[in-house]
Design a binder for this molecule. Structure first.
Ligand SMILES: Cc1cc2nc3c(=O)[nH]c(=O)nc-3n(C[C@H](O)[C@H](O)[C@H](O)COP(=O)(O)OP(=O)(O)OC[C@H]3O[C@@H](n4cnc5c(N)ncnc54)[C@H](O)[C@@H]3O)c2cc1C
Length: 558
């Protein structure tokens, strides 16, 4: 039997997630090993996305100088302290080529000398007793670790099992990218996500027509604010459909794909008309030269595990079911890192580098707290001086990239001492984890950034100016929400919009449309009972109240 290699934190996969966790482990001088099946890091990006253009922006020029503020617009870098190890050094493109990200990830792993064992494919995972995972690799090495961190990325493509003949179609990752192959051909694409529309865009100049067949109506990131929904950069096909340029986006009920004697494929699909004057179903067929399926990925490979530690999954096996620190709900000490973290977050960026890099930093601190009894890092205000704290708060709201990318998922927490003379500040805790550290009989402020479009029925595209500065609790764009909690009672304060997401500057310099500082201070004074010296209201400001005559005129004309 091979010698057993023991470690404390056993990380599987040297993709961006494994590298990011490895970086924090290395910085914290923790005992860890990363097992990677390939001979180098980040190899997902050798072949994916197949058309090579990343969806992650690399916006290098942001007017402001502050590094953390600029991190909000750099979606590809891993978190680190060295400027030369930031992704913008690798590309000038707003949507970079995947080869640049691959080069960056390889350099990152060697620059930080991360402890990666390459050519080590985990093949079987079991748990010995209560507290040791044992991983056997393809070549028979045995590793043991106290905590297992799974960063295995997109482990397999999902193939729909309710479309007969789906096996005749080509998987996204196996499609040819030779445009000559599709010249003047009829192509159908099954799917409604970015990979379907990325493929459609790519083929649109070459194919005779491209039909995207969506099971559910497509969702656009500009409407939902979820970066996993269809991004505008993949959107040409909608324009061409609406302008009748042969390409189309359709929503049929696709039942079957058959192979015709001439080698082409035929779809058998239906449209229902329940509200027609003659309710019924249109049953159609259409011939295509190629059909490509882009139907999503699974983020858990259940075949790796011994039966007693198969992690529970949801959404047809796509995502792991995790607790509020990304630990499997049924296998303790097994954590998911990287894109699989989206199992806990279907509204912000946990499925992407620009989101999970912050989740991983938070998880690192939670792990060290759990396994090394080192408390989660906090800043102490002792004594608590409001003027000092409020300056820090405005910096966080206006600079923090973690709160910004993981809106509504990660938040900061200020916990006052019982007599309000001191306070403790936590950064970027999972909001769902906060109840674990909130004492019942102390004043607490939780701080997050959140969208508010759910307050309105109109499309996000009708918000082409600031939302009503007098009803900030309905502010539509990303804005600070401060929640006060005491003895189970929660009250909240919403700042209004700031176009550039800064609340620390006057409006003319890029701040919010009006200063909400006075209202905020009054609210804090009321809910926490702090002795704050509130300055007299400054008369005027950019909001001009209508006289009753003007209100009447408006209602007459509207
Ligand atoms: C088509 C497509 C396009 C995407 N585009 C973007 C994008 O532009 N920007 C973005 O931020 N995200 C994008 N994503 C999401 C993307 O998956 C993640 O951002 C990122 O690659 C996930 O990082 P990860 O470390 O979790 O997984 P991965 O990058 O997939 O890394 C997993 C690693 O685990 C290794 N591995 C797998 N099995 C084993 C095993 N048994 N033993 C040991 N090692 C193993 C793999 O070789 C790999 O190195 C895209 C996803 C898809 C499917």
């Amino acid at each position: 039997m091979n010698q057993i290699i023991k470690t404390k934190y056993l990380i599987l996969g040297a993709g961006p997630a494994g590298l990011q966790m490895g970086y924090f482990m290395e910085q914290g001088q923790q005992e860890y090993i990363i097992l990677e099946k390939e001979a180098s890091a980040g190899t997902f990006y050798k072949t994916q996305p197949v058309h090579r253009k990343l969806l992650s922006i690399n916006k290098k020029h942001n007017f402001f100088e502050e590094e953390e503020f600029n991190e909000r617009q750099d979606w590809n870098s891993l978190l680190c302290n060295d400027k030369e190890m930031k992704f913008p050094n690798y590309s000038d493109d707003l949507f970079p080529n995947a080869d640049d990200l691959l080069r960056y990830l390889e350099d990152f792993s060697s620059f930080y000398k991360l402890n990666i064992h390459y050519n080590s494919e985990a093949q079987h995972i079991e748990k010995k007793g209560d507290n040791q995972f044992r991983v056997t690799t393809k070549s028979g090495e045995i590793y043991e670790g106290e905590a297992l961190l799974l960063g295995l990325g997109a482990v397999s493509a999902v193939t729909p099992d309710d479309i007969e003949g789906i096996e005749y179609t080509t998987a996204y990752e196996e499609q040819s990218i030779d445009l000559e192959f599709y010249r003047n051909k009829r192509v159908a694409i099954i799917g409604a996500g970015n990979s379907a529309f990325e493929t459609a865009n790519y083929l649109s100049s070459s194919a005779g027509f491209v039909h995207v067949l969506c099971r559910n109506p497509p969702k656009f990131a500009w409407e939902t604010h979820f970066p996993g929904d269809i991004r505008a950069v993949n959107n040409d096909i909608f324009d061409m459909y609406q302008l009748k340029s042969l390409h189309a986006v359709l929503n049929p009920n696709l039942k079957k794909v058959t192979k015709l004697p001439n080698g082409n494929l035929q779809t058998h699909h239906e449209y229902d008309y329940p509200d027609s004057k003659v309710p019924g179903t249109l049953k159609l067929t259409r011939e295509y030269d190629h059909i490509i399926r882009c139907t999503g990925w699974r983020w858990v490979n259940q075949s790796l595990f011994s039966p007693e530690i198969i992690p529970e999954t949801k959404s047809n096996g796509k995502y792991p079911v995790m607790n509020d620190m990304w630990e499997s709900v049924n296998v303790s000490d097994m954590f998911f890192i990287g894109a699989a973290m989206q199992g806990n977050d279907r509204k912000s960026a946990s499925g992407f580098i620009h989101g999970f890099r912050y989740n991983i930093r938070t998880l690192y601190h939670l792990l060290v707290e759990k396994y090394d009894s080192k408390p989660y890092p906090t800043t102490n205000y002792s004594p608590f001086v409001w003027e000092e704290y409020v300056q820090d708060l405005y910096d966080r709201l206006s600079m923090s990239a973690g709160l910004y990318q993981l809106f509504g998922n990660l938040g900061d927490l200020l916990i006052f001492s019982e007599d309000n003379t001191q306070a403790k500040y936590y950064k970027e805790l999972p909001i769902s984890y906060m109840p674990k550290v909130i004492p019942p009989k102390q004043h607490v402020l939780s701080i997050s950034l959140e969208f508010g479009f759910h307050n309105y029925s109109e499309s996000s595209l009708s918000f082409l100016g600031p939302s009503d500065p007098n009803e900030t609790e309905k502010a539509a764009f990303l804005h600070p929400v401060i929640r006060h909690q005491y003895d189970g009672k929660v009250e909240e304060f919403h700042f209004g919009d700031s176009l550039l997401a800064r609340w620390d500057l006057p409006h003319g310099d890029g701040g919010a449309v009006v200063s909400y500082h006075l209202d905020f201070q009054k609210w804090i004074k009321k809910v926490v009972g702090l002795d704050i010296d509130i300055p007299k209201a400054i008369e005027g400001g950019p909001f001009y109240k209508w006289e009753s005559k003007e209100c009447t005129n408006t209602s007459e004309t509207s």
